[in-house]
Design a protein around this ligand. Structure first.
Ligand code: AQP
Length: 347
């Protein structure tokens, strides 16, 4: 039995929209975890500025993700919803972690390589150090569980390495100050369900992403019913009928992706989807998927629109959430200062 109280933390970047991959891989699962855990959900705006973003887009994006959280079913009264930049402890702890993490660890991060591309020398230092900030986001709350999509697996492993190294580097001091053998838990990634990696609708081998140049590659939570249906109709498929068994989806990335999306939206398994649609043509399956997507996403979209027109309410949620988040993060940060030996003010 761990000495750490179970606590969930996760975040979404307010960069240019929110798509069904973010919803199925992360937000829908955030909603479910509220039933069993104390949850902290963060709009990670400091991550968003690691690549230049128009300030007006950033402001709108922060409110859009907040609206998406609430519209999807996150309750900001029973759990915490806030934006990262309002809780300075995230940046403060990230600096300590910049001094714990090793260059070699960060050099291995595939997301940095993908995002920096060939022009690595011109990437921001923030983009390189992004995983250290992510570790700080989680560990400022000593969170134990982190629901994320498959693409965040490597960053979560790094967060565990950082927690472990901090616990080892300062072991004597941690024990002397009465924190026992470890100050930080090793946070567990929760990468579960049939849609942990939703792929592009144009290319089943590429992750669905906000930054893909083609809007037809993704379904945005802001798309209207007609657009959702059209994108699904036009989604790339292969000429074979759907298989009757899950094993038949292997080496058929587009079919696998659409079946996974259906399963995640309908809270069933891929096997159950294939029981109903296996052996049939894509046209009938796509029509059913479009109806399902519209039925599930339509109410979220309508509520997002309503909330986004009420910026005073959204800003109030973020202010209140930040206040509550800070009340948890500040004592952790003070303890970290004591452990590291950074003299601090005492009230
Ligand atoms: N395609 C996806 N399938 C499943 N889960 C996904 N997530 C992202 N894309 C998919 C998960 O959504 C959460 C929030 O992601 P994020 O906004 O913080 O960052 P991201 O992974 O950078 O999102 P994008 O869309 O891929 O943005 P760009 O285009 O900027 O790279 C995370 O839990 C993530 O795993």
């Amino acid at each position: 039995m761990s000495k750490f109280r179970e606590r969930v933390f996760s975040g979404v970047q307010p960069t240019g929209g929110v798509h069904i991959g973010n919803y199925l891989g992360a937000i829908k699962r955030f909603v479910a975890m509220q039933e069993t855990h104390e949850c902290i959900y963060c709009v990670v705006d400091l991550h968003a500025i690691t690549i230049w973003l128009d300030p007006r887009e950033l402001e709108a994006g922060i409110r859009m993700i907040t609206a998406a959280f609430i519209a999807a079913g996150i309750n900001p009264k029973s759990h915490i919803v806030f934006n990262q930049s309002q809780v300075a402890e995230h940046a403060e702890l990230a600096w300590v972690f910049n001094c714990v993490a090793r260059m070699g660890w960060l050099n291995r991060m595939t997301q940095f390589k993908e995002k920096a591309g060939k022009d690595r020398e011109n990437a921001s230092v923030g983009l390189f150090a992004y995983p250290n900030l992510m570790a700080a986001d989680i560990l400022a709350y000593r969170a134990t569980h982190v629901p994320v999509g498959e693409d965040q697996k490597q960053h979560l492993e790094l967060a565990r390495d950082i927690a472990q190294k901090f616990n080892t580097d300062f072991a004597e001091r941690i024990a002397a100050l009465g924190y026992g053998e470890a100050f930080f838990p090793l946070p567990e990634p929760l990468i579960q369900g049939p849609a942990t990696r939703v792929m592009s609708l144009r290319d089943g081998t590429k992750k669905m992403s906000k930054s893909d140049a083609s809007d037809y590659s993704r379904i945005n939570l802001t798309d209207d019913a007609e657009t959702v249906a059209q994108k699904i109709r036009k989604a790339k498929t292969d000429p074979e009928p759907l298989p009757t068994e899950v094993a038949g989806l292997e080496a058929r990335p587009e079919a696998d992706n659409l079946v996974g999306m259906f399963a995640a939206l309908d809270d069933v398994t891929k096997a159950e989807v294939l029981k109903e649609f296996g052996g049939g043509q894509f046209s009938r399956f796509k029509a059913a998927l479009a109806d399902l997507a519209v039925a599930k996403l339509g109410p979220i979209r309508a509520e997002m629109q309503r909330l986004q027109n009420d910026t005073a309410y959204l800003d109030g949620v973020l202010a209140e959430g930040s206040h509550r988040a800070r009340a948890l993060a500040r004592p952790t940060m003070d303890a970290i200062k004591d452990i590291v030996g950074l003299v601090r003010q005492r009230s």
